[in-house]
Write a protein that binds this ligand. Structure first.
Ligand code: SF4
Length: 595
């Protein structure tokens, strides 16, 4: 600030992660977008939440504070599925999990209010706020909590991908106007607009499972900006108002934000404090699109990013990759090219684009909708063009792949597999079948195992043809609602018999906010049929389900790092490729050796 001659910042962003200046990091993206609009922006990363030592550092902003827990819900970041504290944190220098408070959005808002009385508005954002924006099930207290906006005593909550909403808020405040009717935000109100859809009240949801289930259905069905109505939910004598989502970004907008001058590095102060593990996979990865229509019931992408896939132009992605060559740390390796689901790049349903996503059926479950024009040609072509750029040695795909979509693409699926298997697998390709039992898969919102087995066969046939010694690794979930020990035994047989593996990546299900699976876990009901479900709630039973598959020493996934729980909240398969091109796997060294 001193060197720029700034007396005061317009906006101060407070985040639970170490600061990494890259387009995949929400706080960096928001900061750069505000900066492009001419605002003076500062970031306080991982402040001490008990003292004033960090929060007073930059003074008070002129317009607003922006608060985020970071890239992951702070409770997922701080606790395993068995509710044990996590020791490690991929977004903290040195990797020790000591810098992020529980319920970080609330803790940081309280910190600001403690040291700045009557300050400018506090705007909550990021994944934690987005998924806790209405009454929600909280696994860590095993109860329904009210909207985080009430608990954090913040003024506005930005949900979903927040660039547009935050810019509108900044412009309104800059003009001296109240930002209380911005799309993509929630506010607290004493009155309800006439056109709002009334959700079952918080008290009702807290006491009655069917009311909570009804609420979630209405909430879920109002996430598409084309069709969504304003929502209102009573909390005591006040109302939580959710304005409809912002319209989806255009391709030009997506290209423009990725062209902003990101340093693609961690802040020097953070780097001096130790290695930030997340930087390895983020730094030179390419984000091709946003959104996912997979709608796995354990995933919150649909209510955070939306069911419509919006993708960047090939030119924008290629230009970004070509720019990596100027970075001193770039060694010619691009660890990932993808989005929430990598092979959804480049095609979408016309009906969804013009009239909004269907609420009475899904795009890929129980079978592929005929209106979805699955076509891997653009993604295949993109991967090919990337790997032939000057200065690029390897381009890998580490984002999740929907193997069923590859099999459904009778025209271009095989060509895609040839490109993928021949050039973009770093030794091991990760797939997420999640389970094999038809009943459990159906509760997950996923199809059967036929496509997986077909994909597997093609993968190994092509690997042999290309003379490559490479493998598939599979990601499974234990103790999912509806899953009993007998289902895990059947899964073990399937893995050993059909896949010929001892599963390495087995994760105990975590009921995270904003998902159908957490509704199932809390209510004990199948939300689509109303029938009762068997739900494993005991910690010992959960561990037992995992051990059936992973063995007693199976300290895989969630026991080691919260990265493996990220998928429940973000849909991303954890792990990835490091800058040096080495694959990062879950599982103990002993297990990997054995395999
Ligand atoms: S028509 Fe089919 S592909 Fe399109 S939104 Fe509806 S379910 Fe999805």
């Amino acid at each position: 600030m001193r060197s720029r001659g700034w007396e005061q910042l317009d906006v101060i962003l407070v985040t639970g992660d170490a600061y990494i200046d890259a387009p995949q990091i929400g706080v960096a993206l928001i900061g750069r977008v505000l900066e492009r609009a001419g605002y003076r922006v500062g970031v306080i990363a991982q402040p001490d939440w008990n003292t004033d030592s960090d929060i007073l550092r930059l003074g008070e902003p002129r317009l607003f504070w922006g608060v985020t827990a970071g890239s992951v819900d702070s409770m997922v970041a701080n606790y395993t599925a068995l509710q044990k504290p996590r020791r490690t944190d991929d977004y903290t220098p040195g990797g020790k999990n000591t810098r992020r408070p529980d319920r970080a959005g609330i803790a940081y808002s309280n910190l600001i209010r403690r040291f700045y009385k009557n300050t400018v508005p506090i705007v909550l954002g990021g994944l934690e706020a987005s998924l806790r924006r209405v009454a929600h099930y909280d696994y860590w207290t095993d109860r329904i909590r009210r909207s985080i906006l009430f608990d954090a005593k913040a003024d506005i909550l930005v949900y979903g991908m927040g660039e547009r909403a935050i810019l509108e808020i900044a412009n309104l405040l800059n003009d001296g106007a109240a930002p209380d009717a911005v799309r993509g935000t929630c506010v607290i109100s004493r009155t309800v607009p006439e056109d709002a859809l009334i959700l079952p009240a918080y008290d009702e949801c807290a006491q009655d499972h069917t009311a909570f289930l009804r609420m979630f259905r209405l909430f879920y069905d109002n996430t598409d900006p084309v069709t969504a109505r304003p929502l209102a939910q009573q909390h005591g004598d006040r109302w939580l108002l959710q304005h409809p989502p912002q319209p989806f970004e255009t391709q030009e907008e997506l290209d423009a934000v990725h062209a902003l001058p990101f340093a693609r590095d961690a802040h020097p102060i953070a780097k001096r404090e130790g290695e930030i593990r997340a930087l390895d996979t983020i730094q030179f990865s390419l984000q091709t699109h946003r959104g996912c229509y997979g709608e796995c019931n354990f995933c919150a992408i649909a209510v955070h990013e939306g069911r419509r896939v919006r993708w960047r132009s090939e030119e924008s992605i290629l230009a970004e990759a070509a720019g990596f060559g100027k970075h001193p740390a770039f060694k010619g390796i691009i660890p990932d090219v993808g989005g929430p689901t990598a092979n959804m790049y480049g095609y979408e349903c016309e009906k969804k684009i013009s009239k909004g996503a269907c609420t009475d059926k899904r795009c890929v479950f129980p079978e592929l909708c005929r209106q979805l024009p699955v076509d891997h040609s653009r993604y295949t072509d993109l991967l090919h063009r990337l790997r032939t750029l000057p200065g690029i040695r390897h381009v890998f795909v580490a984002s999740g792949i929907r193997h069923d979509l590859v099999m459904d693409d009778t025209r271009c699926g095989m060509q895609f597999m040839e490109e993928l298997v021949g050039h973009h697998v770093s030794g091991r390709l990760k797939l997420a079948p999640d389970h094999s039992d038809p009943a459990v898969l159906s509760l997950m919102g996923k199809g059967g195992t036929e496509a997986l087995l077909d994909f597997r066969e093609r993968f190994f046939t092509l690997s042999r043809r290309f003379g490559k010694r490479q493998f598939l690794s599979y990601y499974f979930i234990a103790a999912y609602p509806g899953s009993e020990e007998r289902h895990m035994l059947a899964l073990r047989e399937f893995a050993a018999g059909e896949l010929a593996v001892e599963p390495e990546q087995v994760q105990i299900f975590t009921p995270t906010p904003g998902t159908w699976a957490s509704v199932m876990y809390h209510t004990g009901l199948d939300p689509f049929t109303g029938k009762p479900l068997s739900v494993e709630r005991g910690l010992r039973g959960k561990r037992r389900q995992k051990e059936i598959l992973a063995g007693r020493d199976g300290k895989t996934g969630s026991e080691r790092s919260y990265a493996t729980d990220v998928r429940h909240a973000t849909g991303k398969i954890p792990g990835g490729i490091s800058r040096s091109g080495k694959e990062r796997t879950s599982g103990t060294r002993g297990q990997r050796k054995k395999k």
